[in-house]
Design a protein around this ligand. Sequence first.
Ligand SMILES: [Mg+2]
Length: 347
Amino acid sequence: MSTVFEAFFPSERANSSYDINYEGLYEQGYRGIIYDIDNTLVEHGADADGRSVELFKKLMNMGFSVCLLSNNKRERVKRFYDGLAGNDVNMSRIYYIYDAKKPSRRNYRLAMKLMHTKKATTCFIGDQLFTDVYGANRTGIKSLLVKPINKKEEIQIVLKRKLERQVLKFYRRERWMRLRQSNIVLIGFMGSGKTSVGTELARHMGFGYIDTDELIEEQEEMSIKEIFAEKGEQYFRNLETKTLKVLLRTSKKNVICTGGGTPLREENYKLIKNLGYVIYLKASPETIIERLKDDNTRPLLQRPDREKAVKELLDQRKRVYQRLSYMTVDTDGKSIEKIIDEIEKDI
Ligand SMILES: [Mg+2]
C-alpha cells in the first residue's frame, strides 16, 4: 500500500531524542546526525540542559559528527550551541545552521558537507513531519521522528499537529501491514515476562506463539535443565542457533520468544535481527529476582549468590539487548495488559 502521505513518513519513530539506540545507528554505519533543536533536544527556546550536554558528550565519544539544523534565528541557535561549548563538550565535530528553511534540501546537504558524511551515513532527528522529516526524506537520508518535548504549543503548531496525526495514522497502518507479514521477537532476561507477554500479545494480534526453549525441549525430549546437565551449555547454544535458522526460513506471523542468553552469540544476533520486529522486555534485577524466587529450572542461576549472579549477567547482557531491539518496554510493576497496550501503541 502506498499513499500520498508517504513523503512525510519517518524512517523510524522514538519517544525522545534521549531514547534512541545510538549504538545501533553507529553499528549500522551512521556517522553524522542532523538535529532539530526546539522540542527535539530541549523545550522551545530553552538552553542546553544537563541531559543534552551528556548526550552530546556521549555522541562525541562514540565518534559521531553532529549538525544542528534549525529554522529558528541565529541568536537562538548559537545560544544552544554555546551552552554545549560552555559545559566542556568537545565542539570540534559539532556544527550549526540557523534560518535553515526546512523542508528545503539545501541546508541538509550543507550539513552533510560540514560533517563530511554521505546520504547513506547521515540521519536526521526532529519533532515535526512537514518540515523536519519531509526535508530529510526529500534529501534522501534516514529520518527519525521524536515526540515533541513540551506538550503546550502555540496555536499554529497545534493545528499542524492535527494534520500530523492524520498522516501518522496512515503511517501506522502501513507499518502494521508490513509487520503482519513478519514476526515479533521478544528478547530479554529470564523473568522479564517474555512468556506471559508473548502469549497474550500473540492472542491480541492473531499471531501464533513460539518459544524457542520449548521447541528445543520438544525436539530433544529433555528439559533445558537436563540438556545443560547432560550435554553442556555449548550443545544447547548450538541447538538455539539451529532453531533460529529453521524459524528464519519458515516462520511468519508469530510472536517468537527467545532464551535470555540467545542474542549473545554473534550468529544468533544476526538471525534474530532478520527474523522480525525485535522488542526488548526490560526488568530491574530486583523484579527479576522476585519473579524467579521459586524457580529452580534456570541452570545459570543454580548458585547460592543468586542476586549477584542476576546483576552480573544483566549487566553483561543489557547492552546487547538494547542494541538489537527496535523498541524497549519497561515491565517493572506493570500488568500484562499495560505492557501489551504500550507495545500496540508504539509498534
Ligand atoms: Mg522542532
